[in-house]
Ligand binder design. Structure first.
Ligand code: URA
Ligand code: SF4
Length: 225
């Protein structure tokens, strides 16, 4: 299928007014792309609103799909340990994902655990309106992208983690995602990219990968003071 063939997207499901609770309720019924069909439920963001920092992951995993809450599985556990090690206070952080439904490979016979599949660019674009709406409600000083999918959701498809991880960037003033990178917004929101916690879990040298994540998150800790 050509990349131009777009899914309907989440936009049609966005409530006209209301806060984060109204958004969350509306997202529960989203059919903006095909991912809702095989997943258990929408996994929306969680945390204080407003919050000083908004952290964006990729998409819910197996355990998040079952529980309905983001970052409750192994990657979430590692992320919490990394935030604590870096000195980022949990209470400052709203946690969400670029894509709100779990995407997984067909379950092989005799296997219980479902294997995660990365969302493609059309699914990312379809789901982006939820992230944009969360960003407006949460109104963070700092947006942290965990991995390439999150970075592409915020800054567009050309984004590469390896090129910008650990650097405190400024986001332009327009509120519609993806932002056009490079325009400074004095006094505006900041942006920081780092690796996804699942990449740390898969790394050959896990300790080194964990230290890298913590070192990037220290940039967030310093900014948040
Ligand atoms: N990985 C993510 O990106 N998000 C989650 O919620 C869980 C795992
Ligand atoms: Fe809607 Fe996003 Fe779920 Fe697709 S992944 S159905 S756009 S909430």
């Amino acid at each position: 299928m050509s990349a131009a063939k777009a899914y309907e997207g989440a936009q049609a499901y966005l409530p006209v007014r209301g806060g984060i609770a109204a958004l969350r309720r509306a997202a529960a019924g989203c059919h903006g792309c095909p991912l809702y069909a095989d997943a258990t439920q929408t996994v929306f963001g969680t945390g204080p609103v407003p919050a000083r920092a908004l952290l964006v992951g990729e998409q819910p995993g197996d355990q998040e799909d079952r529980s309905g809450e983001p970052f409750v599985g192994p990657a979430g556990g590692l992320l919490r340990r990394a935030l604590a090690a870096a000195g980022v206070d949990d209470r400052d952080v709203y946690l969400t994902n670029a894509v709100k439904h779990f995407k997984f490979a067909p379950v092989a016979e005799g296997r219980r655990r479902r294997i995660h599949k990365a969302p493609d660019l059309r699914e990312l674009a379809a789901c982006r309106p939820w992230l944009a709406a969360e960003l407006r409600r949460v109104d963070p000083e700092l947006v942290v992208a965990l991995g390439a999918t999150a970075g592409k959701s915020v800054l567009g498809n050309a984004f590469k983690v390896s090129e910008s991880r650990g650097a405190l960037l400024s986001l332009p003033p327009d509120e519609d995602l993806p932002f056009t990178a490079g325009e400074e917004r004095p006094g505006g929101r900041r942006f920081l990219a780092t690796v996804h916690p699942s990449a740390v879990l898969r790394a050959r040298d896990r300790d080194e990968a964990f230290d890298g994540l913590v070192s990037d998150l220290r940039v967030a800790a310093r900014f948040l003071g």
